[in-house]
Write a protein that binds this ligand. Structure first.
Ligand SMILES: Cc1cc2nc3c(=O)[nH]c(=O)nc-3n(C[C@H](O)[C@H](O)[C@H](O)COP(=O)(O)OP(=O)(O)OC[C@H]3O[C@@H](n4cnc5c(N)ncnc54)[C@H](O)[C@@H]3O)c2cc1C
Length: 311
């Protein structure tokens, strides 16, 4: 496996911003993944594991270390007494996985249609769409330990899944592959699921920006963080507060603007830098803080910043 130097990351993330990786590699299997980690250990380089870059903002200075983009793209399945198990490498895109499943008359993951990202990034965040969470499907996985390169089998409980959370957030282990319990379906059921997939993608495109964005920039609030209530329920939705400050389609810095479709989504209109996006995020945080005395925090991960640039 070749370790390349000074590789652009701007074309490898959904905001289409940010500087280069000092070092970059794409392991195709567990052994190559382990040797990439060993290289970083030996040369004392920080590591960042990259998926499709759909939920990150990369500093304009880039990443001063080794970026590992897993190219583990195998998909296999087996049936057992419990049903049907599909195993996918961490570098498989969710879209390819859903298509592969439908081609093999397998259902379950199509509710995540239209959400960009790899299996690795999606397990990392416990991918969610309304009431559907990826944790409902994952039964087991292999992870690789950062310092030793040891690959070990783990079960769902190991991930300690929560809203926007899994054990992978500690960055001590990285996902090698994941196995999902899914359902065998008839041709008619698959035709129906394909229709639903098309409809979800159409619905998303009508409601949200679908390019040059990281999706929701801020996570929703935890109930204990907010006091405002509506119909007896804590108002945890960050987009609600961002709507109230009039962010949607209005607030901008350079070519970075808050989407006119969704107040919690920032869009690069073309020439935005990551610095523009950071300044826009700060502006949004300050306005919400001034009006509601709470500060939204990012779901989008900031990569390569020497100091924390947000409130
Ligand atoms: C238009 C748009 C819409 C979106 N809609 C949704 C939505 O509806 N629901 C939702 O949940 N998310 C949504 N997102 C966010 C994004 O799609 C998910 O977070 C996705 O899972 C990111 O996957 P990725 O491969 O791009 O990860 P990246 O953005 O590349 O990385 C994100 C994190 O995952 C880690 N990671 C990646 N691979 C691995 C691995 N193999 N092992 C360990 N850690 C790893 C990275 O280190 C990083 O910390 C949206 C994003 C966009 C751009």
């Amino acid at each position: 496996m070749i370790i390349q130097t000074n590789i652009p990351l701007k074309d490898k993330n959904w905001f289409q911003t940010g500087g280069p990786a000092k070092l970059f590699c794409e392991p195709h299997n567990g052994a190559e993944f382990a040797s990439a980690l060993a290289y970083a250990q030996t040369h004392n380089e920080p590591i960042f594991v990259l998926g499709q870059g759909a939920n990150i903002l990369i500093s304009d200075d880039g990443f001063d270390g080794l970026v590992i983009r897993p190219a583990l793209k195998n998909i296999t399945f087996e049936t057992n007494a419990d049903g049907l198990l599909v195993k996918a490498g961490s570098g498989v895109s969710m879209s390819d996985l859903i298509e592969w499943c439908l081609d093999h008359n397998i259902l379950g993951l199509e509710e995540f249609s239209g959400i960009p990202g790899t299996v690795g990034g999606s397990v990392f965040i416990n991918l969610h769409y309304f009431q559907f969470l990826l944790e409902h499907f994952l039964v087991s996985a292999h992870v690789i330990e950062k310092t030793t390169g040891t690959i070990m089998p783990v079960n769902r409980a190991w991930f300690n899944f929560g809203y926007d959370y899994s054990t992978l957030h500690e960055h001590n282990y990285f996902l090698v592959d994941a196995t999902f319990a899914l359902k065998k379906a008839t041709d008619l059921e698959v035709a129906f699921a394909r229709g639903r997939r098309t409809e979800i993608i159409r619905h998303r495109a009508a409601r949200y920006p679908i390019t040059h964005t990281c999706g929701s920039f801020f996570r929703n609030f935890h109930p204990h963080e907010v006091t405002l209530e509506s119909n007896g329920k804590k108002m945890i939705y960050t987009a609600y507060y961002l709507d109230k400050i009039g962010a949607k389609g209005t607030l901008s810095v350079g070519d970075a603007i808050v989407s006119h479709q969704h107040a919690n989504m920032l869009v690069n209109r073309g020439k935005a830098t990551s610095t523009d996006i950071v300044q826009l995020v700060q502006l949004m945080q300050k306005k919400v803080r001034d009006q509601f005395d709470i500060v939204p925090q990012p779901e989008c991960e900031l990569v390569g910043f020497k100091e924390w640039p947000l409130l």
